[in-house]
Ligand binder design. Structure first.
Ligand code: XMP
Length: 327
């Protein structure tokens, strides 16, 4: 039975010195575990996989093979940032897979939220597996598992996430250097590894990405409305001191249009819904009291800068009765 209990000797990591000691220990442990074999990692660009990647680059350099699957449902600038940070700055071995058409074709005309999630998850495993099978001498799969994932799967709250079932199918042994850390500790370690703050302190982002924010059957035009409006919202929250203060904020685009007037003419276009919430554990959530003038400014920008949008709404619903995401 694998040891899945956080050692009592592991003090809470809150300082850079503690993070450095942890990093040194893990580098030695990973080197001892993998020897001269290759390690594969699905690098989404989220906090956990990014910290694992940075740690493993330090430990084993080019023996780590990172695979970044761009499924077309990432936020604006994310795939570019993964390439810039890991390939250009850290000189990591990074395979970038442009799977946008593949995912969007599979998702065409699928409107049920859970079916969308299943398709995205299954296709991700398929793409990742194809890349894995092209490589030789890979014996290990690294995962950004953190301690709450282990606790929650033991309590039956959620199934163990990440690339489910793959290690068994491909005969991989797992490398999980963060598995005893809480999220705040992962961020301290990420800082100590020199990752950009925008990567280490980013807000939570669901695995199915913008796919569950482009409501109903995903279309490319509405997906761009979600991506562009989300980028404006994030930029304005950052400029106005709300980044890092508000727990999660994003935009949603429903699959119906409304009438408006734009440039003196009648328009029939998509609405954008803004969601901004605070929570401790995502089980309940309160709506952030965003200054009205800022909401008006964001509305002005979205309706003028995002093609195909003529209206902006703000979601006032706490959880319960709403969930944080709309799907
Ligand atoms: P809800 O919408 O359930 O969201 O109130 C709670 C938190 O979970 C995130 N979320 C997901 N994360 N896969 C994920 O990895 C998913 O399918 C998923 N659905 C929701 C959501 O963004 C929020 O932080």
């Amino acid at each position: 039975m694998e040891n899945n209990k956080r050692p009592e000797s592991l003090a809470r990591i809150t300082t850079e010195a503690a993070a450095r000691a942890f990093i040194d220990e893990q580098i030695a442990a990973v080197r001892a575990q993998v020897g001269d074999k290759k390690v594969l990692l699905a690098l989404s660009g989220g906090v956990d996989s990014s910290v694992v990647a940075a740690l493993l680059v330090r430990a084993i350099g080019k023996q780590l093979v990172c695979v970044h699957v761009n499924h077309g449902l990432l936020r604006k600038g994310e795939p570019e940032q993964v390439v810039e940070v890991f390939r250009n700055q850290m000189d990591a071995n990074l395979i970038y897979v442009d799977a946008v058409d593949r995912f969007l074709d599979k998702l065409a005309n699928v409107s049920d939220p859970e079916t969308k999630r299943k398709i995205i998850g299954a296709e991700f495993i398929e793409v990742f597996k194809e890349e894995a099978l092209k490589l030789e001498n890979v014996k290990f799969l690294a995962q950004g598992t953190i301690y709450p994932d282990i606790l929650e799967s033991e309590e039956g709250v959620k199934a163990h996430h990440n690339v489910g079932g793959l290690p068994e199918q491909l005969g991989f042994e797992l490398v999980e250097p963060l598995k005893f850390l809480y999220k705040d500790e992962v961020r301290v370690v990420g800082d100590a590894l020199g990752l950009p703050a925008g990567m280490v302190y980013r807000q939570p982002f669901p695995g199915p990405g913008l796919g569950v924010r482009c409501l109903g059957a995903i279309t490319r035009d509405r997906l761009e409305c979600v991506r562009e409006s989300d980028a404006i919202l994030r930029e304005e929250f950052a400029k106005n001191g709300l980044e890092g203060k508000v727990w999660q904020y994003f935009t949603i685009v429903p699959d119906f249009k409304s009438v408006g007037v734009q440039d003196g003419k009648r328009s029939f276009a998509w609405p954008v819904i803004i969601r901004a919430v605070n929570t401790r554990d995502a089980m309940t959530a309160e709506v952030e009291d965003v200054p009205f003038a800022l909401l008006q400014h964001i509305t002005e920008r979205i309706t003028h800068e995002v093609p195909g949008v003529n209206r902006v709404c703000f979601d006032l619903t706490p959880k319960p009765t709403g969930t944080i995401e709309w799907e």
